[in-house]
Design a protein around this ligand. Structure first.
Ligand SMILES: *Cc1c(COP(=O)(O)O)cnc(C)c1O
Length: 378
């Protein structure tokens, strides 16, 4: 039969009428820039993320860029982050002339290892960007302690983690100085194109980001700051205001799918034999409801590339997030890192693979995926 990695058709079909109605409404209004739909979404997503302010922006990438600009990251500054994330995390830092300083991950969660951050802090360090990879929060307790001790800002890259909760129930984006969200279609809350948001409870920072979103002009045409065009489209906000009503339901279904995979993979014997290692939801027993929101369900497997080719031939979608850690990217050669510098990230890049986990995935499809993986190792 085959199972795609993501099925947007199945995801959007039940919402077809509702979404078409707001598209029609927006088109009739002929008001396409900011306005009440964006303001409403900002209020709702800020509240959802347990923060006071939300500023809708053009993408998750621009959310990172705007946040870094607003905290004043400039050429010569250093920003500590993980080598193992989507390119934008380090790309945004480098675009401002600042230096991404990398710290390896914890293999259990694929998130930045707090115990290795202190050694990377220098007099030039301005901020830390923990990434809540795959939908599970980084270990924020020790990261926030360090940041406070060294007077550093913390920008949470929560692009894959809207509403994800740390062990104490605090949500992604609410713990640091500012949180960055993405509404790219493959994220848990996706729009019909590109979109994102920054969330914060710092009133001054929120105001600065709001002004910088429109080139830093306030009043219009009078510029005390240099910003950019980082606006979220009205039409995307209107769609997101519909989709946000379903987000908790989708999260629950992703969590149920994860549980089902766990059972199926345990029963298959692959885990016992060491062919497959399951994701580790480290906050599950803490009582946090959104302990993991499973933007991705990432396995650690033997003979990864052969397995992927085998599954592809059976019509099963997989993906590597991410095949090349930042320190081995050609464009970052100038940073002076070399192979072997971040062994955990390099290891993860070599043997992890994401399998389908989207909310509409059926039990039969999950059985098909697990049976295919089992037959590969048989
Ligand atoms: C998707 C993503 C981004 C960038 O978001 P876009 O909306 O695609 O620009 C940044 N960081 C991480 C970890 C992501 O997954």
């Amino acid at each position: 039969m085959g199972v795609p990695l993501l099925d947007l058709k199945a995801h959007h079909e039940p919402l077809h009428k509702e979404i078409m109605a707001v598209l029609e409404q927006t088109f009739r209004s002929q008001a396409f820039i900011l306005g009440p739909e964006v303001a409403k979404l900002e209020e709702r997503v800020a509240a959802y993320s347990q923060t006071r302010y939300g500023i809708g922006v053009s993408s998750g990438t621009d959310a990172l860029l705007l946040a870094l600009m607003a905290i004043g990251v400039s050429p010569g500054d250093e920003v500590i982050t993980t080598p193992y994330s989507f390119f934008a995390t380090a790309g945004a830092v480098a675009r401002l002339g600042a230096k991404p300083v990398l710290v390896d991950i914890v293999p259990r969660t694929y998130n930045i290892d707090p115990s290795k951050i202190a050694k990377a802090i220098t007099a030039r360090t301005k901020a830390i960007i923990p990434v809540h990879l795959y939908g599970q929060c980084a270990d924020m307790g020790p990261i926030l302690d360090l940041a406070q001790r060294h007077n550093l800002k913390v920008i949470e890259d929560a692009a894959q983690a809207i509403g994800a909760e740390y062990r104490d129930g605090r949500r992604a984006g609410s713990m640091g100085t500012v949180g960055c969200l993405s509404f790219f279609p493959s994220k848990n809350l996706g729009c019909l194109g590109d979109g994102g948001m920054v969330v914060t409870s710092d009133a001054d920072l929120a105001e600065r980001m709001k002004v910088m979103r429109v080139h830093g002009g306030k009043p219009k045409y009078y510029h005390k700051m240099i910003g950019g065009n980082f606006r979220l489209d009205t039409i995307q906000a209107a769609v997101l205001n519909v989709k946000l009503n379903y987000l908790d339901d989708w999260t629950q279904r992703r969590q149920e799918n994860a549980r089902r995979y766990e059972t199926l993979f345990q029963q298959s014997g692959l885990v016992r034999k060491g062919n497959v290692r399951l994701p580790d939801p480290v906050y599950r027993d803490s009582g946090a409801k959104h302990y993991h929101i499973y933007n991705q369900f990432v396995l650690r497997v033997e003979r990864r590339d052969e397995l992927m080719a085998y599954l592809k031939q059976k019509g099963i979608g997989t993906e590597i997030y991410y095949p090349v850690p930042f320190h081995l990217q050609e464009c970052f050669r100038y940073l002076g890192y070399k192979e072997g510098d971040f062994p955990e990230s390099e290891g993860a890049a070599k043997d992890t693979v994401a399998i389908p986990i989207y909310p509409e995935l059926t039990a039969a499809q999950q059985t098909e995926v697990v049976e295919a993986v089992t037959s590969f190792y048989a």
